[in-house]
Design a protein around this ligand. Structure first.
Ligand code: GLU
Length: 316
């Protein structure tokens, strides 16, 4: 698939997206996340697929205008911001770039590694990443994060306050992780502040179209394909994609790579992002999750489209 596809080729991509939507809409496996009460109330049959190409064209099928919680996919974009500030070597030393093989919020994984985070996508590493931002106050930290997300999306995003409230009421586990990080010297601001800003970033509402454009910015070497603004330096794309490749779908990352050959990132809100470097990004939203916290339909769509469109990075 070349970047500058003609309308006929784009129509073929849209046809495959439509057939993926038709084939997988009846899938009943998985369940909405329920440990964050609000997420359990999101209609389970919502299903959207969007692709943003590096030339700025966006194709959409299904519920692509519905706003859902970005959750862990936010970790990709905060990582991008902190990489800009710290550079990849310092970031790797402070946070890490390997998988723990344990669930995303595992305290055991933290204890096994002297309470040092292992990567920016497990909650420990993600909260520590938020704490690394050089900020004067909680508001300053938050404003840096949301302004950066806005640049990735090419529009002003906002927190869904119901999600934020629901997560804040139930995030004692993440607060515990934040204090363990403090205990080991791996927390770079007040632990409660870092956890609160992290909770807010997870509660940002995005559409499937937004997510495709945010991922499209990564696929496009850091330049938003729609606004044409440089959002992240090209040199930071490799570490971002490396982290996605290594741990984007938690303990199911290996299975995802087997079937897609692409860096991806999931969130418990039901979103999944896959990046095809230099070409496009795929975003899927469908709330029912597998036991690891990854959208079931999202994974099926990723595998289907990657195969049909020859996206795998391992088949070149
Ligand atoms: N806010 C969620 C948490 O911290 C994000 C988890 C995810 O999407 O994987 O538990």
């Amino acid at each position: 698939m070349s970047v500058n596809q003609n309308p006929e080729q784009r129509k073929q991509v849209l046809d495959f997206m439509t057939s993926a939507h038709q084939s997988f809409s009846s899938v009943k496996e998985g369940a909405n996340a329920s440990y964050i009460p609000f997420l359990a109330s999101v209609p389970s049959d919502l299903f959207g697929i969007a692709i943003a190409f590096t030339d700025g064209e966006v194709l959409e099928v299904g519920d692509t205008k519905y706003e859902f919680a970005i959750e862990s996919i936010s970790k990709v974009f905060t990582l991008a911001r902190v990489l800009e500030e710290l550079g990849k070597e310092e970031f790797k030393a402070k946070i890490g770039s390997n998988a723990t093989g344990e669930p995303f919020n595992s305290v055991i994984a933290l204890e096994l590694h002297k309470e040092h985070p292992y990567n920016p996508f497990d909650n420990a590493g993600a909260i520590a990443t938020v704490s690394l931002l050089n900020a004067k106050s909680s508001d300053d930290r938050w404003n840096q994060i949301i302004s950066n997300y806005n640049l990735f999306a090419g529009r002003e995003l906002a927190v869904n306050n119901e999600v934020y409230q629901s997560e804040s009421d139930t995030n004692a586990h993440n607060r515990g992780i934040s204090w363990l990080l403090k205990n080991s010297g791996n927390m770079y601001t007040d632990p409660d502040q870092a956890c609160d800003v992290y909770t807010r970033q997870c509660s940002v509402a995005i559409t499937c179209r937004d997510l495709a454009i945010m991922g499209g910015t990564i696929a496009n070497g850091g330049i938003n394909p729609v606004t044409k603004k440089q959002v992240v330096n090209k040199e930071n794309i490799q570490p971002i994609l490396a982290e996605m490749m290594m741990n984007g779908l938690y303990e199911n990352t290996g299975n995802w790579l087997y079937s897609t050959g692409l860096p991806g990132k999931s969130g418990v809100g039901g979103g999944i992002l896959a990046v095809v470097p230099g070409k496009c990004a795929l975003a899927v939203f469908a709330p029912p999750l597998d036991i690891h916290g990854n959208s079931v339909k999202g994974q099926k769509v990723g595998a289907f489209l990657s195969e049909k469109l020859g996206w795998s990075l391992f088949n070149k």
